[in-house]
Write a protein that binds this ligand. Sequence first.
Ligand code: FUB
Length: 443
Amino acid sequence: MTSLLTDHIFAADPSAHVFEGRVYVYVSYDEPYTNSYDTMVCYHALSSDNLVDWVDHGRILHLDQVDWAISHMWAIDANFWQGKYYLVFCAIDKVTSTFKTGVAVSDRPEGPFTNLGTIEGVEWGQDPSLFIDGDLPYLVWGARGSILIGELNQDLMSIRPETIRNLSDQVGGYEGPFLHKYAGRYYLTYPALDNEVWPQRMCHAVADTPLGPYQDLGVFIGAYPGNSGTIHGSAFEFKGKWYSFYHSAWVSGSQACRSLMLDEIAYDDDGRILEITPTESLQGRAVAGGSRFEIHLDAAVSNRAGGRHFEAMVNLDPTGESGSTGAGYLSGMVQQEYGFSALLQVGVAREYEVWLRYRSNEDHVARVVAGRHLFYDGNQNQSYDQYINRGTVFLSTDGNWLEILIGTKHFEFGDHQIRFSNSHNLSANQRGIEVDRFRLVPR
Ligand code: FUB
């Protein structure tokens, strides 16, 4: 395995977990080529069942969906708790202009997530990580110069103040903490400077209880060529092996325009993580090392992931019959222009095949249009820059779910809307097209 996971988006602060046999990694999103942490306003989730083929599930939460926040959607984590998936994240609070820790929830690991508010009792809450140990939830976070850990109440919305521990006298870091359990002990991984000198290096410490005390075990990812100054990541076990996610500047060369890195890790007999060195692929750094990826844009939830529904109806599909996620599918697109749009976020410009998964009982004509920076603000005055496949798709099936190639298109870096719309009014006895998702495959 080469270290670089994927170069299709710029993303950072990867937090990985295994849910239902699949690895999910939750990442903060670096706005392409802005090279500024100030422009970070959303998160993505990616997943894989073999660490080679990856799906980017698109945007899972945006600043606009978080009423208390004004900017700086920095590092995140997620975990499964009492039947639901919870995202913990940080952002600058509108009222206090300090970092608060937010919580969002979803029924599915790939989101999208719904904002629940901030965690009471976390005063400066940067880079939160949610660790579940049996029936106890813990939060560990960066608190303006030190790492704090404490036990959360069962609703995850407040911390038990009497359990908070400041780990400053045990570990050298101040941001990006992540907890995992190995061989019955609790491992804290965290970025730290070496005598105030950049770049950050990835360090680890171990304890017999989540609250510590922690014994510092030192660095396991040192300074390396192409580092991004910061390093922030996580560790997880998958199919009997351990791995670490972190981020670099390998693709962009810019410190706040980061790429995801993945390496296998191992522990020595004393329980230390052996130092790893990021490895380059034969083709050079800016090539995803052996991994393949697709982008899945689910129609049923696209309106909560940066797109919009135009009079379409959501059908729940808990068994996942319509597609891969169980999010559901859209129907009721019975008049001209009824449909939906989905947000595609691109880091590195590339040509993609655009596939559509749908079901229909009758012949239909629909349009699929991809535009650059289209934001449907209600005025409907945007113009489309290019049609996919001249925009017209003839859809005809026997009522079974089918996936067809709509066309290929070169997508520049940045935000794009891909819009599906019915191109005629249906008669009363027609059911119309039902749509599950767009799938984008790089060429
Ligand atoms: O991604 C923004 C910030 O950079 C994170 O909060 C830090 O951990 C560093 O990775």
